[in-house]
Ligand binder design. Structure first.
Ligand SMILES: *[C@@H]1O[C@H](CO)[C@@H](O)[C@H](O)[C@H]1NC(C)=O
Ligand SMILES: *[C@@H]1O[C@H](CO)[C@@H](O)[C@H](O)[C@H]1NC(C)=O
Ligand SMILES: *[C@@H]1O[C@H](CO)[C@@H](O)[C@H](O)[C@H]1NC(C)=O
Ligand SMILES: *[C@@H]1O[C@H](CO)[C@@H](O)[C@H](O)[C@H]1NC(C)=O
Length: 499
């Protein structure tokens, strides 16, 4: 879990390093996982041979909002014009989020699936400080001064400047209407892009975009309740087994023999030795349950490891006896997490640091979570199956200061993007999956005729943006066709200049 970065302490043992993180820091933690889930998906829909695109680099100002820092950097973007009907054919523009843009390009099958029907060009723009788009190159993450330009506002400005340039210099694109699309943080960016630059994009598809997971716009415990409900629905005894496991772990962890037993039972790469190790272990288990909820797709997909269709149902087959003794219950929990980490049977041992490997993408999000993207999470162990954990902004802020030398500003996102008071905007579809914990912070009810909410009850994290699949539930097919209908409508509106 987690926090990566935030409050991380590397132990001295190389190879067996435990990452200790402050368990209060659930926000950074889960947000980090969010990128990894999206990012590490390997599977590409069978209906498509695989994306074919050209890679380009555009020179961007490091600071769009002040005139003293005059440095520039190269922003990477990918273009596919295979199906583009020029002149004037529409542009579908992916607002890149926290990761290497090729991953989003490869895993946003929906855009590839609809490109031909819409005669659309596809453009995928990388977010600054991720992938190859590094202000100050290798120095980008060296200190708070060089990180100072990692904000969503700067990223949106990059997208706007890039699009103006791109349309002006691409033959036949001068009058092309542009639609922003994105999933997760990319979905937040797509929505905010339409809000802030309505002249640049005619509309936005914001998939699984938790734009209200800030301050007290939504209750902080809803996120874990969604995960819990997924488990509750997927098998009798399932969520209770997880809920009961924490106390069982705590009892085992009281003795040295118990720690040894836990380490063996869970086939851990590195044995648990201290209280801190146990906290990391429990955080890693929590994160596993959350991750499963995000990727509870109706067909096999591949993330850290390949996963079966409806993985939570498979996990729940092992979690039917919540009342069994500590050892039996924990053996069951081990079998269950093995579905996530060892479905193919070639994982030799379970590494509780594995989910928190410090790639740059994770680091970037950890910084963003410590500055603008302050997402409160909490659990109570009653309405959810997790260990009780309150949200403590002060502790979070202190950890951020330790890690990054900066402190979060919890209310800035609401100030700059309007919080719930966004009804003056238009042409945005917010889609949410009923199984996805991020739906907790999403827009689930339409706000006006042109700010529409679409619910996909059987959908996990941005299922609608994934490629068509024979096992897709009907609700996602309906969501996708509504999205296409509205995109066509926005394009037609832009052409006639009328509503
Ligand atoms: C566990 O994963 C971490 C992070 O990816 C890695 O640095 C470490 O070497 C791994 N440990 C073992 C024993 O595999
Ligand atoms: C994305 O797809 C391209 C083309 O199939 C492939 O070369 C590239 O490695 C993929 N990128 C990632 C990060 O998986
Ligand atoms: C993964 O599965 C294989 C085959 O069942 C097994 O030999 C191995 O011990 C498992 N790894 C872990 C970490 O349990
Ligand atoms: C939204 O903003 C308008 C205009 O400033 C204001 O009149 C209204 O009270 C605000 N609504 C909410 C719910 O904050």
């Amino acid at each position: 879990m987690v926090s990566l970065g935030v409050g991380r302490v590397m132990a001295s043992l190389p190879g067996c390093a435990f990452l200790a993180w402050n368990l209060l820091l659930l926000s950074a933690a889960h947000s980090v996982r969010l990128s990894r889930q999206f990012g590490s998906a390997q599977q590409y829909g069978s209906s498509n041979p695989g994306p074919s695109y050209e890679t380009y680099y555009f020179t961007q100002q490091v600071d769009h909002f002040g005139f003293y820092e005059d440095a520039t950097f190269k922003q990477r973007y990918l273009v596919s014009d295979t199906y583009w009907r020029k002149p004037g054919g529409p542009i579908l523009f992916y607002t890149g989020n926290e990761g290497d843009i090729t991953l989003f390009c490869n895993n946003t099958g929906f855009m590839w699936d609809v490109a031909e029907e819409m005669g659309a060009m596809l453009v995928f723009a990388e977010h600054r400080y991720y992938g190859e788009s590094m202000p100050f190159g290798d120095l980008a993450f060296s200190d708070p001064k060089h990180l100072n330009y990692l904000t969503s506002e700067q990223a949106l400005a990059d997208f706007a400047v890039l699009l103006r340039y791109f349309k002006a210099t691409t033959e036949g694109a001068q009058n092309s209407p542009v639609i922003a699309l994105g999933g997760s943080y990319g979905g937040m960016l797509a929505a905010w892009f339409r809000m802030k630059y309505p002249d640049v994009v005619v509309g936005a598809i914001a998939s699984s975009a938790p734009i209200w997971q800030f301050e007290d716009l939504v209750p902080c415990n809803e996120y874990y309740q969604v995960v819990t409900n997924d488990f509750k629905k997927s098998g009798p005894g399932c969520s209770e087994s997880v809920r009961n496991s924490w106390a069982a772990i705590n009892r085992m962890a009281e003795t040295t023999d118990g720690l040894q037993w836990l380490s063996n039972a869970f086939h851990l790469c590195c044995p648990l030795k201290s209280k801190e190790d146990v906290a990391v272990f429990k955080g890693w288990l929590s994160e596993t349950w959350v991750s499963l909820a995000m990727v509870d797709y109706p067909y096999p997909a591949s993330f850290l490891e390949p996963l079966p269709a409806w993985p939570i149902q498979v996990v729940c087959k092992f979690l039917k006896d919540p009342k069994s003794g500590d050892k039996d219950l924990l053996q069951d929990i081990f079998q269950a997490v093995n579905v996530y980490y060892n479905y193919t049977g070639d994982t030799p041992c379970l590494n509780t640091s594995q989910t928190a490997s410090g790639s740059l993408g994770d680091l970037g999000w950890s910084y963003q979570a410590c500055t603008e993207m302050v997402m409160p999470f909490c659990s109570d162990g009653v309405s959810d199956m997790f260990e009780p954990q309150s949200w403590d902004l002060q502790a979070f802020s202190d950890e951020c200061y330790k890690q990054w030398g900066v402190r979060p500003r919890g209310s800035w996102v609401t100030t700059v993007y309007g919080g719930k008071n966004i009804s003056s905007h238009s042409n945005i579809i917010f889609s949410n999956g009923g199984l996805d914990p991020w739906s907790a912070g999403g827009v689930k009810e339409s706000l006006s005729d042109s700010l529409l909410a679409v619910l996909i009850p059987e959908g996990a994290h941005h299922l609608d943006l994934r490629s068509n699949n024979a096992d897709d539930p009907k609700s996602v097919l309906l969501a996708r066709s509504l999205e296409v209908e509205y995109m066509k409508k926005w394009i037609a509106q832009a052409r006639t200049g009328r509503d």
